[in-house]
Write a protein that binds this ligand. Structure first.
Ligand code: ADP
Length: 249
């Protein structure tokens, strides 16, 4: 009776009575029904019709969830894929990881902080650059990638009105860049793992991170012969130190 007035339902009945099998999906409110109508023949005449009405509400809901899930997964995959594609393109174009050159860490840090200024402003985080020129031998692209990822994280995992201090100096151990933040910090048990690919401390943190940044830092530093150190206190902040080999070493 509930379906009697539905145009789709009536069409099914009419089709079946005219001798043709007919199927329809009828959606009403949150319910979904499948109608299958078949003619019944007797002595070459249409004697009536058989209607089967199936409640397919649950099946349709599952189908919708599956579609939404697929859409979400492909969206989530796009973010890491974009950065992988970018790096892959650089490798093809440059024929390897790029030329070794003399790079000024201070100049790199200045350029990176300028690039990240809008992100810092959005997070209400102040950035500071101190120290001065420190020359290292390296592939500029890789040095930039490392400094960028460290500063990007220092802003992203900060708090409102927090700060990021980047210090560039020549130490007895070699040229050094330090990125210190006043952010959420990293729990002791996670400190050894943050450099792993795809590892993220707070998986629910939907900041759009990929879990790849620090693994790029680690591999980039190893390629350039630089040492990475991490000191962090949960609730107070983190400090990443990158020390390059001394000139001529
Ligand atoms: P992501 O794309 O998630 O930032 P990373 O490899 O750069 O990936 O970092 C891995 C994880 O380490 C982050 O998800 C975050 O939990 C933690 N992390 C990295 N940098 C910091 C930082 N400066 N302060 C607090 N946590 C950090």
């Amino acid at each position: 009776y509930a379906l009697n007035r539905e145009a789709g339902f009536r069409r099914c009945v009419e089709e079946a009575l005219a001798g043709r099998r007919c199927e329809q999906l009828l959606e009403k409110d949150d319910d979904c029904r499948q109608i299958i109508a078949s003619p019944v023949e007797q002595d070459g005449q249409i004697a009536g019709a058989v209607l089967v009405i199936l409640d397919v509400t649950e099946k349709e809901q599952r189908e919708r969830l599956r579609r939404e899930f697929t859409a979400n997964v492909s969206h989530e995959l796009k973010t890491p894929l974009t950065s992988i594609l970018g790096t892959a393109e650089i490798l093809d174009e440059g024929g390897g990881l790029g030329q070794w050159e003399t790079v000024d860490l201070y100049e790199e840090a200045r350029a990176v902080l300028e690039q990240l200024a809008p992100a810092a402003q959005r997070k209400q985080v102040t950035t500071r650059l101190q120290g001065g020129e420190a020359l290292v031998r390296g592939v500029p692209q890789i040095v930039e990638e490392i400094v960028y990822n460290l500063c990007d994280n220092a802003i992203a995992y900060n708090r409102a009105n927090g700060s990021v201090t980047v210090t560039v100096e020549n130490t007895a151990f070699g040229p050094r860049i330090t990125v210190a933040d006043t952010g959420i910090g990293i729990p002791r048990e996670a400190q050894g793992r943050v450099f792993e690919r795809f590892y993220r401390v707070d998986k629910s943190h939907s900041s759009g991170g990929t879990g790849l940044g620090l693994s790029i830092v680690k591999h980039g530093a190893a390629y350039l012969g630089a040492q990475v150190e991490l000191h962090s206190e949960p609730g107070h902040g983190s400090t990443f130190t990158l020390t390059f080999p001394k000139a001529g070493a």
